[in-house]
Write a protein of this length. Structure first.
Lengths: 350, 348
């Protein structure tokens, strides 16, 4: 009797894990299908390309955010880093702007981009050091750094976007490539490559396992020999680096480095991570869920334009869909005690 | 290389005008216009969109107003324009708030041969073909508001306008061409009309009411004799007016609050005697002007590269006339506004 019950329980929990894993993906597919049916304009290749392009920058930021949230932290400085890195790279490329004019002729982008990315990683690592070595709350540290970065970007750019001319490298980085006749934005390809790397790091390396361990129980992780401070610092550095990379993508696309380039990305990245099933308390989750969350957010954004939804009310819709997506996910995962009790008929052994 | 680019630009411009003409010949009645504000989070942009929508309806056109959720979300702005192009619009009017941040959007419209104009700013992009920039002269408007401020101070202290004295505090918007032009023009206006009036301080209040209130309250602690708070936007000056009220000062007796925009909330306060003066730029009619300009473009008429819409100092005395639209004057061809510390319209 016990055996059969366990077997049923196992197959049930396996089925549940598949369903819960695929849950957000199913919602995403359903949303895309609905939009496909309702809006002819949405079906054009350019529309799909635009969603891919919009998903790229958010995707990069959210990938870094996933690592940070997996450790139980949060990085509120990411949107400022997007702006800051874009402004730094633009200044290096174009020179700074004086009274609306430009001093042309600076560094080529193969010099400017690595400098901006390195600064991103360095400042991210700075976040990590403040959080670990100085025992400061990540919420406050990254909020403060966010302000510093935004302020610096504002001072450096004097409040107006720094216009750049794209050279070959930047043109390539922000361009498109034909894959089987479909024009795919290179930022999206870069982002997908980054996601594969993140997935390998999280699943196949010690560093990845430590990331989950720290989020699960930091003290236990430390006691079992994980150098938690070092790992966490590296994770904030990754977040800073990826945000800076997103900053380059946005700057290149807009051909302008401005202190507003990262607007909205922090909250959206956290939303994407949570929609994707990563717990804000850390330790649980994964990178692919985040990517689904990213596409879900961008699909909603685009859908509202294609459906001519009144712009003033967009935020209501976006908020409602985020809450709904997370709700569906928690229900599917059976994380709600009063609901699961009834569904399972009071099986206490699971 | 340069000439090639120019030729290409002229070619594109011609192609756009031509395609516009062809479209208008084919389909006279119904047009779809994409109208893209930086966001609809301020009454100013809402009222401009309403003007455009109403003017469109008069012509039987569909005006599709789409905006990012937050001002300054430049990437979303560009995407929105490109999505409207995918939906298929006959013309576009856009208002990016970052100079040059929407160059890519303009280029996309150019590639598709869809005529594109810009509203609420008159600083041409470095690249891309925008057929007309429609907006008011911020520097000149701020100068007018300064001249009125001189009169207010002269009234308070019983002097001639030219001999007026007093202390002015400036609430700045976030550092940008907008804050530079509005501050520069105001200072120039004070210098010209009442050189003895002193600017005792300037601080950013980030365009918003709460910050205007906080900055003004602190400024008064440092210098209780401040006579005038000038805000680069109305909202910040309203904040200062509220701060004064809370400190037991009486507006229009002890101090004045003046700002730029002429938004409906400001006009209500003016009617209630809780504000001193605003620079009314009539966003509703500016919105109407965008549709009129697009119509001219569709008809193959010439439009000026810079279309200056009027601005007028609105006080409790002329408020009714302003609300009735009687102070609106026909837009005129103007010159571009640059962030160069000089008046937009060269002085004789």
């Amino acid at each position: 009797m016990t055996e059969s019950v366990t077997a049923v329980g196992r197959s049930r929990s396996f089925a549940r894990s598949v369903v819960s894993g695929a849950g957000p993906a199913l919602v995403l597919i359903a949303m895309a299908a609905a939009l496909w049916v309702m809006s002819p304009a949405f079906r054009s290749p350019t529309s799909l390309m635009l969603i891919g392009l919009e998903a790229a920058a958010l995707g990069l930021v959210a990938a870094g955010q996933t690592f940070v949230i997996l450790t139980g932290g949060i990085d509120l400085s990411v949107e400022a880093m997007v702006s800051f890195a874009g402004v730094i790279a633009a200044i290096l490329i174009a020179g700074t702007n004086v009274s609306g004019g430009q001093i042309a002729g600076g560094f080529p982008s193969w010099v400017a981009i690595p400098i901006a990315l390195a600064l991103g990683a360095l400042i991210g690592a700075g976040n990590g050091v403040l959080v670990t070595a100085f025992r400061m709350n990540p919420l406050i540290v990254t909020l403060g750094v966010r302000s510093i970065l935004l302020g610096s970007a504002l001072v450096l750019s004097r409040g107006s976007g720094i216009y750049i001319k794209k050279d070959d490298l930047l043109g390539l980085l922000t361009g498109r490539v034909d894959v089987l006749g479909v024009s795919v934005p290179i930022p999206l390809i870069v982002t997908l490559i980054i996601y594969v790397i993140c997935w390998i790091v999280l699943k196949q390396t010690k560093f990845g396992r430590y990331t989950y361990a720290i989020g699960g129980n930091e003290t236990a992780a430390r006691l079992s020999g994980v150098r938690t401070n070092l790992n966490k610092t590296a994770i904030y550095a990754i977040s800073g680096f990826l945000a800076a990379l997103a900053g380059i993508m946005v700057m290149g696309r807009l051909e302008s480095g401005a202190y507003q380039n990262g607007t909205n990305l922090t909250l959206m990245s956290v939303a994407a991570v949570v929609i994707g099933g990563t717990a804000l308390t850390g330790g649980i989750g994964g990178i692919w869920g985040t990517l689904i969350g990213v596409f879900m957010i961008r699909l909603v954004d685009a859908g509202l334009v294609y459906m001519s939804f009144p712009s003033q009310a967009k935020e209501i819709m976006i908020g409602a869909i985020i809450v709904l997506a997370v709700l569906i996910d928690t229900v599917r995962r059976g994380q709600i005690p009063w609901l699961t009790l009834r569904l399972r008929g009071g099986d206490p052994g699971d | 290389m340069r000439t090639d680019l120019r030729l290409a630009a002229i070619g594109t411009a011609l192609a756009i005008v031509a395609s516009g003409a062809v479209v208008s010949a084919q389909d006279e009645e119904s047009k779809t216009i994409g109208f893209v504000p930086p966001a609809l989070t301020s009454p100013f942009h809402v009222s401009m969109a309403e003007g455009a929508t109403a003017a469109g309806e008069e012509r039987g056109w569909m005006v599709d107003v789409q905006a990012p959720t937050a001002e300054g979300d430049f990437a979303a702005f560009v995407t929105t324009v490109q999505q409207l192009l995918e939906k298929g619009v006959d013309g576009l009017s856009i208002n990016p708030i970052g100079t040059d941040s929407a160059v890519t959007a303009v280029k996309s419209a150019n590639e598709k041969g869809v005529p594109i104009i810009a509203h609420n700013f008159i600083t041409p992009f470095s690249e891309g073909d925008v057929l007309s920039y429609i907006g008011y002269d911020q520097w000149g408007g701020a100068e007018k508001l300064a001249a009125h401020t001189c009169e207010l101070l002269a009234g308070k202290y019983g002097t001639e306008t030219a001999d007026a004295t007093g202390k002015v505090y400036i609430l700045l918007g976030i550092d940008s061409i907008f804050s530079h032009r509005r501050t520069g023009g105001f200072k120039a206006g004070l210098e010209k009309n009442c050189p003895n009036v002193e600017v005792v301080g300037e601080q950013t209040a980030n365009w918003v009411r709460q910050d205007g209130q906080a900055v003004a309250a602190v400024a008064w602690q440092q210098d209780p004799d401040i006579d005038v708070f000038y805000g680069n936007s109305d909202e910040m000056a309203i904040g200062a007016a509220l701060a004064g009220e809370q400190l037991g000062k009486t507006i229009n007796e002890d101090f004045f609050a003046v700002g730029i925009d002429g938004n409906p909330p400001t006009l209500d306060l003016l009617a209630d005697g809780k504000f001193s003066a605003t620079l009314g730029v009539d966003p509703y009619n500016m919105g109407v002007t965008t549709i009129e300009t697009l119509e001219k473009i569709f008809n193959g008429e010439e439009v000026p590269l810079i279309t200056l819409t009027p601005s007028v100092v609105v006080t409790p005395d002329n408020l009714d006339a302003y609300l009735a639209g009687e102070l609106w004057t026909e837009p005129v061809a103007g010159s571009p506004e640059l962030d160069n510390g000089e008046p937009t319209v060269p002085e004789e």
